[in-house]
Design a protein around this ligand. Structure first.
Ligand SMILES: NC(=O)c1ccc[n+]([C@@H]2O[C@H](COP(=O)([O-])OP(=O)(O)OC[C@H]3O[C@@H](n4cnc5c(N)ncnc54)[C@H](O)[C@@H]3O)[C@@H](O)[C@H]2O)c1
Ligand SMILES: Nc1ncnc2c1ncn2[C@@H]1O[C@H](COP(=O)(O)OP(=O)(O)OP(=O)(O)O)[C@@H](O)[C@H]1O
Length: 303
């Protein structure tokens, strides 16, 4: 994995802030305006604003910005402002983690559960410059598919890895092992292997527990399990979870991480999930509690 190879030992803090990366979700309307507004706030505090080439595709002129490759941006940026929703933070998380760069989320999505600020609160970016912030370190997962001796898929995940049937009307059978010891065999739609951060996402919808984000553990939650068996398992972060699909019918089975494109598994594949060597660092400037956020953003009848 390219970003693992290019990791740096430099521990990023927000000491003297010179450069800030602005990372917009280029698929959303009004992003060019949002970028200009955020850049204005950052410049007021004497820092330079970095954009990547991707951001220039939404009609922003490069004048006055530092335009870097993603890798150079990760090395140079003191922190990243992500303009988008949870999906945008998930996409950035795996790129930023190996470089230890903190992320401040500004919600321009629907829920923005992981975002610290709403768009009208943009000026609160200034609190980072004033040292009025904390950093939430969020455990991540390392997800790997072994086919024979070869690693054919590898990624990091902030929320979860999902192993699920691609044939929506067919059942899948998955053997779950912990440190190579059999735990159970699951008939059903699939399984979610989640971090505490991911516990409020798909895992919650599948009946998994809400786990406070500072906890470190790996949860395993079956999706629509068929049979009388535990509805979830909670493992130490030091365990290695292995999922072996058994192809006994014509169903296809995929692995996917953080909602990204799936990778199709074949007979004999082993999916290994372990705690990743890096974490996502989320900047907090408002001091809101996790539980108030849970009630505010994830209750029935939300927008
Ligand atoms: N049935 C479900 O609830 C379901 C199904 C598929 C995927 N997902 C989740 O979607 C995530 C990808 O998010 P996306 O925004 O790219 O896709 P998306 O646009 O399909 O949105 C999925 C929803 O999950 C929310 N979400 C994502 N991460 C969250 C978190 N850590 N805590 C609380 N809510 C969270 C998002 O705000 C959004 O409302 C996956 O990691 C998975 O957890 C959920
Ligand atoms: N730079 C980018 N980073 C991440 N996703 C992007 C980007 N550009 C376009 N997208 C697309 O936009 C989709 C929606 O993004 P996002 O999840 O941030 O918004 P949302 O669904 O409105 O918000 P939320 O997840 O908070 O409900 C992503 O799944 C992705 O396909």
């Amino acid at each position: 994995m390219e970003h693992l190879q290019s990791m740096t030992n430099k521990q990023k803090k927000c000491g003297t802030i010179r450069k800030v990366l602005l990372w917009p979700n280029t698929g959303k309307k009004g992003m060019a305006f949002a970028v200009r507004q955020a850049a204005e706030v950052i410049r007021e505090f004497g820092a330079q604003v970095i954009l990547t080439d991707l951001a220039l595709t939404i009609g922003i002129k490069p004048d006055g910005f530092l335009v870097y490759s993603v890798q150079k941006a990760m090395i140079e940026a003191d922190f990243i402002v992500v303009l988008g929703g949870d999906g945008t933070i998930l996409a950035m998380a795996q790129q930023a983690a190996p470089y230890h760069v903190p992320i401040l989320g500004v919600n321009l999505g629907h829920v923005g559960f992981m975002s610290e600020l709403e768009f009208p609160e943009l000026r609160l970016i200034g609190r980072v410059f004033n040292g009025e912030y904390t950093i939430d370190e969020r455990m991540m997962l390392d997800v790997e598919v072994l086919r024979g001796e070869e690693i054919v898929y590898r990624t990091m995940a902030l929320n979860e890895a999902i192993i699920k049937t691609g044939s929506i009307f067919r059942i899948s059978l998955l053997d779950i092992l912990c440190d190579r010891e059999p735990v159970c065999s699951l008939h059903g739609d699939g399984v979610i292997i989640s971090t505490p951060t991911g516990s409020t996402a798909y895992s919650l919808a599948a009946g998994g527990p809400v786990i406070e984000p500072s906890a470190e553990n790996i949860s395993v939650v079956p999706i629509c399990p068929h049979g009388v068996q535990p509805r979830s398992y909670l493992f130490s972060p030091h365990r290695e979870i292995c999922i072996q699909p058994r192809f006994f019918n014509d169903a296809t089975i995929f692995v996917s991480s953080d909602g990204r494109r799936g990778f199709e598994l074949t007979d004999g594949d082993h999916v290994f999930v372990r705690k990743a060597p890096f974490c996502t660092r989320l900047l907090r400037v408002k001091g809101n509690s996790f539980y108030s956020l849970l009630n505010e953003k994830l209750t029935i009848g939300r927008n």
